[in-house]
Design a protein around this ligand. Sequence first.
Ligand code: IDP
Ligand code: MG
Length: 140
Amino acid sequence: MAGNRTFTMIKPDATGAGHTGKIIDKIIEAGFSIKAMKWAQLSTSQAQEFYAVHSERPFYGELVEYMTSAPIVAAILEKDNAVEDFRTLIGATKPEEAAEGTIRKMFATSIAANAVHGSDSDDNAKIEGEFHFASTEVTA
Ligand code: IDP
Ligand code: MG
């Protein structure tokens, strides 16, 4: 059965451009409820650990530098079929391939600076949520 929670970050390009509120509105309008949320600055070691799965990819250094360049907003979101529905809401990794009306289509500026993160599986949603939030920071 599909899980009902996912994890997201609003990325530095979007927080820096003042799009945080508009993106949160889109998320709530799409039927997600917020179970945890914080504004935070990632350290280099946190960004390296969060994206460790990409450590062999050529863009890893650029990605870590970008994700530490300005604050992010981390959140745990709840909805039926959360992981898949959130990936649909954000759109493709490359902004030029993102469907009309998706968050990345509206706010991404490049393949790296693509406005939002969305977990790719229920297992990773749990791992990523626990990476950013203590259990006491997550509502029922
Ligand atoms: P996803 O965020 O759509 O799941 P992933 O392939 O998991 O995409 O890549 C993680 C993040 O790494 C992307 O959201 C983007 O910020 C960055 N990224 C992916 N591919 C490239 C690339 O070719 N150049 C620069 N950054 C990239
Ligand atoms: Mg991914």
